[in-house]
Design a protein around this ligand. Structure first.
Ligand code: OAD
Length: 235
């Protein structure tokens, strides 16, 4: 029986693929007002601005490549039963070969109708894969409403949090990579880890987690993953 390794990732895991994080110096939330481009109120205020923000991110994703941290996480599937829970909207875990990836905050390459079933039922039946194409005001879904990013905006529920909690509750080992743990409910997920479950945190900056189960690896994701894999051998 393989042990169950649950990996929670944030923007830091994709930093070495060239993606700015959100809250670091020079991060996205220094360049943009989060309320304008990533909130539900911002969407209703100025849809073009929000579409443009995500069009830029999507175009950047087309040319990006998974880094050694994404690859190391995917490689662990040969020895562990791995579930990735990511706050990232990129697809770099999948492109590195991870087979079970839960996107808590949505996906850049997908859109859905503004007035569709998802917001009422959580059903992804109307979600459309647009790959890396830009989407404009006036691009409509088959149900006739404007296409919107398949992204969890601030002010919206996080429909996949229950599934994520279920996974963390069944973890033998929890690994957190590159998240400032500022945004709830994702930031509280580690609390659901079973009492004997070791928690590893990889981040170049100290992350405020005061839990006796935490082992801190203070490094960037690529080097931190190499150190984590060494530490796994001793478990
Ligand atoms: P943040 O930008 O808040 O945090 C990024 C973390 O990555 C910080 O703790 C950095 O120290 C760390 N970091 C920076 N470079 C790194 C590297 N090379 N290797 C490893 N870690 C590195 O990003 P998140 O915690 O992911 O949500 O943010 C959570 C959510 O807030 C995002 O999903 C997004 C954002 O607003 C939405 O837009 C809905």
């Amino acid at each position: 029986m393989k042990k169950h390794l649950v990996v929670l990732t944030g923007a830091g895991v994709s930093a070495e693929s060239g993606f700015a994080t959100f809250r670091d110096t020079g991060g996205l939330w220094e360049q943009y007002d989060v309320n304008d481009v990533a909130s539900i109120e911002g969407w209703y205020r100025n849809r073009s601005l929000v579409l443009d923000f995500y069009n830029q991110r999507r175009a950047q994703l087309k040319d990006a490549k998974p880094n050694a941290a994404h690859e190391a996480i995917a490689g662990l599937e040969s020895t562990y039963n791995v579930d990735v829970i990511t706050q990232n909207v990129d697809n770099l875990h999948e492109r590195a070969g991870s087979t079970r990836v839960l996107h808590l905050h949505g996906e850049l390459t997908k859109m859905r109708p503004e007035n569709g079933v998802y917001d009422k039922t959580g059903s992804e039946a109307e979600v459309i894969d647009v790959a890396y194409r830009p989407i404009m005001l006036g691009d409509l879904a088959p149900n006739g409403s404007q296409l919107r990013p398949h992204i969890v905006f601030f002010g919206e529920a996080v429909p996949k949090i229950e599934k994520a909690i279920d996974l963390v509750e069944k973890a033998d080992i929890l690994l957190i990579v590159g998240s400032s743990l500022q945004v709830y409910p994702a930031a509280g997920l580690y609390r659901y880890a079973p009492s004997g479950c070791p928690i590893y945190v990889i981040d170049p900056k100290p992350v405020p987690l005061s839990d006796p189960r935490v082992h801190f690896i203070q490094d960037v994701a690529t080097k931190g993953m190499a150190a984590f894999i060494e530490q796994l051998k001793a478990l």
